[in-house]
Design a protein around this ligand. Structure first.
Ligand SMILES: [Zn+2]
Length: 185
């Protein structure tokens, strides 16, 4: 049982991004923005988190990590029929992506700028496009239940004019999959 002082004690300031080790991170500010906050955000000193008080509190400018975060999803809720259907969808989606990843890459395919495995088992890929980077995470939590790995876009999008993020996400996932299948050096 924590005493009141312990509960009110603010957590220590981070010194680096727990994901990539970068020192280039900023606080995520919540609540309705005042003019000072807007200016700070325009200068890239803070990130606006929207009008709610909630975690996470920090944002890495290099890998788009946000922390602290909710624990990664575990298991799968829903009725047995729904779960079966959902898991089958992940298997079909993965098979379709894997088939596409076996084909030669498109001319404008992004390159893997960085990749690492998180302590929770997720793989993170940073894909470099001419206009910026996207963060893709590969999650394996459905595999023990009979599902397939799930690739998800979790960061890096900005309001970049003329960028079709649906298409770019697919390109990023395929580039990550091709990278995973590269022959060992
Ligand atoms: Zn980072």
């Amino acid at each position: 049982m924590l005493s009141e002082e312990e509960i009110l004690e603010p957590p220590p300031l981070p010194t680096e991004c727990p994901d990539c080790g970068s020192h280039s991170f900023v606080r995520i500010c919540y609540g309705f923005p005042g003019p000072g906050m807007l200016e700070q955000a325009q200068r890239g000193e803070i990130v606006m988190g929207g009008c709610s008080w909630d975690t996470p509190n920090w944002y890495c400018k290099d890998c788009f990590n946000r922390w602290p975060e909710y624990p990664p999803p575990e298991g799968l809720h829903g009725t047995p029929e729904w779960r079966k259907k959902y898991l089958a969808t992940t298997v079909a989606e993965y098979a379709s992506l894997a088939a596409a990843a076996a084909l030669p890459p498109e001319a404008d395919e992004p390159t893997v700028a960085n990749y690492w495995q998180r302590p929770d088992g997720r793989m993170v890929f940073l894909l470099r496009f001419p206009w910026g980077k996207l963060r893709i995470e590969k999650r394996l939590h459905l595999v023990p239940l009979g599902g397939a790995p799930v690739y998800e876009l979790t960061g890096g999008w900005q309001k970049t004019i003329g960028v079709d993020y649906g298409k770019r996400e697919r390109q990023a996932v395929l580039a990550a999959m091709r990278f995973e299948r590269r022959p060992p050096t």
